[in-house]
Ligand binder design. Structure first.
Ligand code: S3P
Ligand code: PEP
Length: 451
């Protein structure tokens, strides 16, 4: 098992109006995929704006272990010399993905579609997460699970198919990671690999496959779904990639500026891919003062500058079908809901139970510790917003979950008393510049290690 950094307790206190103009780090989903597609294509892939968080760095190491030449040229600037789908090699050591679900699951798809074998491992959080959802379709494509921990969990050794089979797969869970693993394995299969989604999930894999020269078609399916078809055995061509700013990271300064009275900030170049904008839609319904300015394109995605001002929020009902477009944003939405007037009901959150932590339970406990009433009914989370938050509770237990740590540190910026979290170290997995960036806007956040 990979070790974690030493726990780093952190706290935040009520802050005066936030102000400034910042750009959050590169999108985590696109960063993982940039490295992986770099590995799978022949030639030189140049990446700008790569997120240099621990999760993505683990993927970079895995790409090296599978045969790519991966080099950091400067801040966020990386070069990958790939080996092509047919040129992957069996790594000599286990691949350690740390805390990263995306990196490990996508790479299982890569290994499954090639005649190689690899062992996957990670930290205690990743070892507890379900992998059967990935292994089931990959076994249908011809991969073999050589060994694994109970319930198909990490550490596990996967042997790729000598001759991968193209399949048609309808995932029982709405998951971009499952979809991506099947499509990545499908690169090595002759014929067409098809993924059917009842609810559309983030489509970065499909878009980037096209960008690297593969043939991919996407068709609507029912009210919210899609059918994705990939023609197998393409020759992927290396390309240049610019990674836009991550909307899931932007969510933290965004909500901070809404709840801290008198704030006005600008978040530059935030990606507004329609399958990632559920939080923006929800906050707008809650009465948030957010303007989308300077809408343009970056790296094949629409981006804009978000101008955010302190706002009085009201409780809303968030429909279950919106969940895939804001799946990582529920912890910070729950914080916004705590400062709103009235009840917010977030529906259909079963997937939150299998993230870095059980986020439903972690959010509920952290809110309760800081004087906010909430309840879980089935898969719904209901937060009773009172327009104010007491704070001052016992340290919030973050369970190795970066988003729980960041969400509660944001809560402390507008709570009456300080909010503490037991460990902010995992923030480095997705948003290593979180604390300095927030402090630059005027937020009072203290991490123990940087005192
Ligand atoms: O494909 C991706 O890049 C991701 C998919 C989502 O996970 P699921 O596929 O498990 O929903 C999301 O939670 C994760 O942070 C990133
Ligand atoms: C769920 C997340 O990531 P992953 O699944 O890659 O660990 C996240 O970043 O919130």
């Amino acid at each position: 098992m990979s070790s974690h950094p030493a726990p780093e307790p952190a706290k935040s206190t009520r802050s005066a109006g936030l102000s400034g103009r910042v750009r959050v780090a590169g999108d985590k989903s696109i960063s993982h995929r940039s490295l992986i597609f770099g590995l799978l294509s022949v030639g030189e892939t140049l990446i700008g704006g790569l997120l240099e968080g621990e999760d993505v760095l683990a993927t970079a190491r895995a790409c090296r272990a599978l045969g790519a030449d991966v080099e950091r040229l400067g801040e966020g600037r990386w070069r990958v010399r790939g080996v092509g789908v047919g040129g992957l090699r069996t790594p000599s050591e286990p691949l350690d993905f740390g805390n990263a679900g995306t990196g490990s699951r996508l790479m299982m798809g890569v290994v499954a579609g090639a005649p190689i074998q690899a062992t996957f491992d990670g930290d205690a959080s990743l070892r507890s997460r379900p992998m059967r959802r990935i292994l089931d379709p990959l076994e249908k494509m011809g991969a073999t699970v050589v060994s694994c921990a109970e319930g198909g969990r990490l550490p596990l050794t996967l042997k790729g198919a000598d001759r991968p089979l193209p399949i048609e797969y309808e995932s029982p869970v709405p998951s971009a990671q499952v979809k991506s693993a099947v499509l990545l394995a499908g690169l090595g299969a002759p014929g067409v690999t098809t993924v059917i989604e009842r609810e559309a999930t983030r489509d970065h894999t499909e878009r980037m496959l096209r960008g690297f020269g593969a043939e991919v078609s996407v068709e609507r399916h029912g009210e919210h779904g899609r059918i994705i078809r990939l023609a197998g055995q393409p020759e992927l061509k290396a390309t240049a990639i610019s990674v836009p700013a991550d909307p899931s990271s932007a969510a933290f300064p965004l909500v901070a500026a809404l709840i801290v009275e008198g704030s006005e900030i600008t978040l530059e170049g935030v990606m507004t891919n329609p399958l990632r904008t559920g939080l923006l839609i929800t906050l707008t319904e809650m009465g948030a003062d957010v303007t989308l300015a300077n809408i343009r394109e970056d790296g094949g995605e629409e981006v804009c500058d978000l101008v955010v001002r302190g706002s009085r929020l009201k409780g809303v009902d968030v429909p279950a079908e919106r969940a895939p477009t804001m799946i990582d944003e529920y912890p910070i939405l729950a914080v916004a809901a705590a400062f709103a007037e009235g009840e917010t009901r977030m529906r259909g959150l079963s997937e939150l139970r299998v993230k870095e932590s059980d986020r439903l339970a972690a959010v509920h406990a952290g809110l309760a510790a800081n004087g906010v009433e909430s309840r879980i009914e089935g898969d719904d989370l209901i937060v009773a917003g009172k327009g104010r938050v007491a704070g001052g509770g016992e340290p919030v237990e973050t369970h190795l979950d970066h988003r729980i740590a960041m969400s509660f540190l944001i809560m402390g910026l507008a709570a009456e008393r300080e909010v503490t979290v037991d460990d902010g170290a995992m923030i480095a997995t997705s948003f290593p510049t979180f604390a300095p960036l927030m402090r630059g806007l005027g937020a009072e956040i203290e991490m123990e290690a940087s005192k």
